[in-house]
Design a protein around this ligand. Structure first.
Ligand code: PEP
Length: 252
């Protein structure tokens, strides 16, 4: 499994004040393992990014949760990738299911944002995943494959290598219902096969694919043991510093 460096990314969503965010960083900064062993990332609210970037170390990086695909323009209330880049942010979540469901994110905007993020030296964490209805009618692999194909439309191999994919079944996000390790592995393997068809074996074997959906310190080990699961995107269990640290250490 460990040809690929593991990634643990916390998604704080719209939680944490500035003081809470700083307390979190101070609590774990010294203890996060070296980046050569695991890439540890906290994706925070835009307003917090600057103060967190100032305190980030080599071992703990800061990401945004969304961005616009344009560098600038009349887009009131949006965040420019150039501003993220020049603020020292190095990762950005793209196409999170909450943004797809509530903020009109589509496969097309995900594609534009993926290209724009790479252009701005931001590592995109591209989220895909099926609804409960899709899971129950048995078309998960087709739906998720389509999301990946559309996200990577016109994206070259070099750019794809700079991206991370997160497979997050919508029915598992924030619900306490985790996909079984076998379900997660099966769909993630299908995603890797899409990458094989788009870019060939070599590239496909290097792109990190994470699982997300109610990952916690108790279930993380069995998920990470799966051959194709290279880490986790974590919401709820990333809010507590000791819980996040446990997840990071589990990935080493
Ligand atoms: C997420 O927000 O990407 C997520 C996976 O949330 P949770 O871990 O809370 O299910």
């Amino acid at each position: 499994n460990k040809l690929r460096r593991p990634v643990i990314a916390g998604n704080w969503k719209m939680f944490k004040t500035r003081d809470e965010a700083l307390q979190f960083i101070y609590a774990i900064n010294q203890e996060v393992p070296e980046a050569s062993a695991v890439e540890s990332i906290i994706c925070a609210n835009d307003v917090l990014l600057r103060c967190l970037v100032k305190r980030q170390g080599e071992n703990l990086k800061i990401g945004a949760q969304n961005m616009h695909f344009e560098e600038n323009g009349a887009f009131t209330g949006e965040t420019s990738p150039l501003v993220l880049e020049t603020t020292g942010v190095t990762y950005v979540i793209i196409g999170h299911s909450e943004r797809r469901a509530m903020f009109n994110e589509t496969d097309e905007t995900v594609n534009l944002k993926l290209k724009s993020a790479i252009k701005h030296d931001l590592t995109p964490i591209v989220c895909v995943g099926e609804s409960l209805e899709v899971r129950e009618n048995g078309t998960t692999d087709d739906v998720v494959k389509q999301q990946v194909v559309k996200a990577y439309d016109g994206v070259g191999a070099d750019e794809a290598l700079k991206s991370i994919i997160a497979y997050e079944p919508i029915w598992a996000i924030g619900t306490g219902k985790t996909a079984t390790p076998e379900q997660a592995e099966e769909t993630i393997k299908a995603i890797r096969n899409v990458l094989v068809s788009l870019y060939g074996n070599d590239v496909a074997s290097k792109v990190r694919i994470l699982y997300g959906g109610s990952v916690n310190p108790k279930n993380v080990d069995v998920l990470l043991q799966q051959e194709n699961i290279d880490g986790a995107l974590v919401g709820g269990a990333s809010l507590d510093p000791m819980s996040f640290l446990t997840l990071v250490k589990a990935a080493v």
